[in-house]
Design a binder for this molecule. Structure first.
Ligand SMILES: Nc1nc2c(ncn2[C@@H]2O[C@H](COP(=O)(O)OP(=O)(O)OP(=O)(O)O)[C@@H](O)[C@H]2O)c(=O)[nH]1
Ligand SMILES: [Mg+2]
Length: 309
């Protein structure tokens, strides 16, 4: 558990350092928290993409606490404990939801990974495969990105690294047909999981979204309740733009969970709070690096701790 918290902390250190640094600077300069400092606090919170609504709630609570004569929410030296207030409200906003991967009644559990170009679908597929293998599960990968150059080789390399077979076709082949073949293979090999890597598609490009929808329909002909999870990879560094992507994908595909990637590379990790609050789609995993073991199951409390402690 300590290891997990440590990983969270390291992965979120950019956001943490910026946010806590700004809060400390504001509080040190104006311990009484005048209106100008509260404005600055609001700007700092919004700047980490925590969401306007959550930022305003934090500022409101801080304002109330500084007006109070009592010692609630105060540090030992009598100042308002801004960090503690922010942490409490952020963790309240993080509706944790059902976090474990949904399981098929009968294996294989089929997991489809979707997302805009370069958000980290393939890497997340590999990381998930690695995690499942570590738990002793058998995993088959489907290379359904037949579109981008070298996408198939990229997944095959990850297959070798993680010890998973990869079902692939030719470039330009129908991705739905490959998904169907891979599902057949997963069933006959009695695999626990089939993870399907798909082509990056812009949420604004209708034909690519249609292709994703077709893939789902074809899979369902074989296993009516599949895919059991449709995970959307969202790049944290794109900030609030990710919210729009998620909305569109959700409408087209019925996203069941999010993987927020590249949190290690941004000071805008607050986006996870905004996503949780506004979309009501659970964040199931976060990506905090480029290696196979850099995927963390999402934990609301550890996240709020890492952000503000
Ligand atoms: N630092 C960091 N890099 C990441 C993370 N996840 C993915 N990346 C990197 O982001 C780049 C794109 O990742 P991919 O997994 O290829 O993304 P993709 O969505 O499959 O891309 P396309 O298939 O081209 O649409 C790679 O260089 C990854 O190593 C993460 O959590 N942290
Ligand atoms: Mg890819």
């Amino acid at each position: 558990m300590l290891g997990l918290l440590q990983k969270f902390r390291e992965g979120l250190s950019k956001t943490h350092d910026k946010l806590v640094g700004e809060i400390k600077r504001i509080v040190t300069r104006a311990p009484k928290l005048d209106p100008e400092s509260l404005d600055e606090l609001e700007a700092a919170l919004i700047g980490c993409d925590i969401g306007v609504e959550t930022a305003l709630r934090i500022v409101e609570e801080v304002r109330n606490a500084s007006a109070e004569v009592g010692r609630a929410s105060r540090t030992a030296s009598g100042e308002v404990d801004v960090v503690a207030i922010a942490k409490r409200i952020a963790s309240e906003a993080l509706n944790s939801g059902p976090l474990a991967l949904r399981q098929a009644a009968r294996p294989p559990t089929v997991v489809l990974l979707a997302g805009v170009n370069g958000t980290g679908k393939t890497t997340s597929t590999a990381k998930l495969a690695h995690q499942l293998k570590q738990d002793g599960r058998s995993v088959l990968l489907a290379a359904c990105d037949t579109f981008r150059a070298a996408a198939i080789e990229q997944l095959k390399i990850w297959g070798q690294r993680t010890g998973c077979d990869v079902i692939a076709g030719q470039y330009g082949a129908d991705s739905a047909a490959i998904a169907f073949d891979a599902l057949d293979a997963a069933i006959s090999r009695k695999c626990d999981y089939l993870l399907i890597d798909t082509a990056g598609c812009l949420h604004t490009k209708k034909n690519l979204m249609d292709e994703m929808a077709k893939m789902r329909r074809v899979i369902r002909k074989r296993v009516p309740d599949a895919p059991h999870e449709t995970l959307l990879a969202l790049d944290a560094t794109t900030g609030v733009n990710g919210l729009n992507q998620a909305r569109e994908f959700h409408q087209a595909l019925g996203v069941t969970g999010l993987i927020v990637t590249k949190l290690d590379g941004t000071a805008k990790g607050g986006i996870v709070v905004a996503i949780n609050r506004e979309l009501k789609i659970p964040v199931k995993f976060i990506g905090v690096g480029e290696q196979a073991d850099d995927l963390q199951p999402f934990d609301a409390k550890a996240f709020a701790d890492a952000l503000f402690s």
